[in-house]
Design a protein around this ligand. Structure first.
Ligand code: HSE
Length: 432
């Protein structure tokens, strides 16, 4: 029987689960592959201890330095689960440079180093697979890369961050955002630094990976609008549900245009009002989902767990299997070649907006706010002011007809400069 050697760098929770599954599902994988996936090396700062705890046989080489593992073990498939970006990047470039297959679940590495990694892979003809980097165990990358290879992907809307979705849905249930974040951290899917989740940066990195996979180009993090959920309160969630018939979700969106050889993309991450009947409104707690719009297949929805050792290890193992199958069959990559990606302006697709303000209740305040919107030609769809109960400021919620992001932001700046309006506010989009 032919064998394909596998090395795993990083024996954290995902690494350990990957090794466990690789061995537990060995027979199943052998039958489907017609070859044996053999673990030949592991690397970890505590490699000896972890290998012992996992019950690995002596034939599996242990390394404390992943680069040394790459040099000396030279496995057919290397699985990078180190976390962080520096050591992971060095390992990835070393493996891809010599034409070895690399599997990673490291979205940050991919988002920041997309051009270097994809060029190294294209130059050597190496496999680069990363199903676990976006939406954990949900096989949306494989669908975009292979199931839709004969189609044209027009765009997608995704809930790509479990922590913020957990917070938003717990807020709908009456919990405060702070208490919900604490729960998410206890459940273990929040990032070490939760600001990456709350600010939308984690979702933005995943969006960059998705854009790269569809077009071959690099959607650089920081090059498109990203708004997190820090300003969204339980009251906004309740207001959206009760008065606007919508759920609040952090939606990461891509809209593709141009041609396959000169792709263009519009990208954004925004807290968004999603009508309750829409499938993305049904995505609750830590679940992820991606709604893909394809020209011929129409709308496709992918749903599941976006984080955790089991879902991520499942995706990683499938990547290792596919890389091994391609190696055995000497198949060329089906991925678009690395190329330049043009960023379309976020103003290209108008959408409706939600703006919650804290306003001093006195004559003329509302007319000045309406005037600022009017000056930027942003049309008000509805306006609601709570009855003042002796408070210095009252919440005012404005929803608008579709407008460009640029015009809305300009009007928002004018409004926040008004004497009667407090700086604290919440702006959301409606699903376009
Ligand atoms: N912090 C991420 C989330 C985990 O909340 O979805 C997986 O990327």
């Amino acid at each position: 029987m032919r064998t394909v050697s596998v090395a795993v760098a990083g024996l954290g929770t995902v690494g350990r689960e990957t090794v466990r599954l690789l061995r537990a599902r060995r027979a199943q994988l052998r039958e489907r592959l017609g070859a044996e996936l053999v673990l030949t090396a592991v690397a970890d700062r505590a490699a000896a201890r972890e290998a012992r705890a996992l019950g690995l046989p002596a034939s599996v080489a242990r390394f404390t330095d992943p680069l040394e593992m790459a040099r000396r073990a030279g496995a057919d498939v290397t699985i990078e689960l180190l976390g962080g970006t520096d050591a992971a990047r060095r390992l990835a470039l070393s493996v891809l440079g010599r034409g070895g297959a690399l599997v990673t679940a490291n979205k940050r590495l991919l988002a920041l180093s997309w051009p270097a990694l994809t060029r190294a892979a294209a130059r050597s003809g190496a496999r680069l697979a990363f199903e676990g980097a976006v939406a954990g165990g949900v096989p949306v990358l494989r669908a975009l890369e292979l199931s839709l290879v004969g189609d044209r992907v027009l765009g997608l809307d995704g809930i790509l961050n479990g922590t913020t979705n957990y917070i938003l849905t717990r807020c709908e249930e009456g919990l405060s955002a702070e208490a919900a974040l604490k729960e998410a951290q206890e459940l273990g899917f929040a990032e070490k630094d939760p600001r990456l989740d709350l600010s939308g940066q984690d979702a933005a990195q995943k969006l960059s990976v998705l854009a790269g996979l569809v077009t071959g180009g690099w959607l650089a993090p920081g090059s498109f609008p990203v708004v997190g959920i820090q300003a969204v309160t339980a009251r906004d969630a309740a207001y959206a549900r009760e008065r606007l018939g919508s759920a609040v979700r952090l939606i990461a969106s891509l809209r593709f245009s141009g041609t396959p050889s000169a792709p263009r993309v519009e990208a954004s991450v925004f807290p968004t009002l999603v009508p309750l009947g829409h499938p993305l409104a049904a995505v609750r707690r830590q679940y992820n989902a991606v709604l893909v719009r394809a020209q011929s297949a129409g709308d496709l929805m992918f749903y599941g767990r976006g984080a955790g050792a089991g879902p991520t290890a499942s995706a990683v193992l499938a990547d290792a299997f596919c890389a091994a199958r391609d190696l055995l069959g000497q198949l060329p990559s089906a991925r678009p070649v690395p190329r330049a990606l043009t960023l379309a302006s976020a103003d290209d697709t108008p959408s409706g907006f939600y703006l919650r303000l804290e306003v001093r209740d006195r004559p003329g305040a509302l007319s000045r706010i309406a005037g600022a919107l009017g000056r930027e030609r942003v049309s008000i769809a509805a306006i609601h002011q709570d009855r003042a109960r002796g408070a210095a400021a009252v919440p005012v919620v404005i929803t608008t007809h579709p407008a460009s992001l640029g015009a809305f932001n300009m009007a928002r700046r004018r409004i926040l400069a008004l004497e009667d309006v407090a700086p604290r506010h919440c702006a959301m989009r409606t699903l376009a």
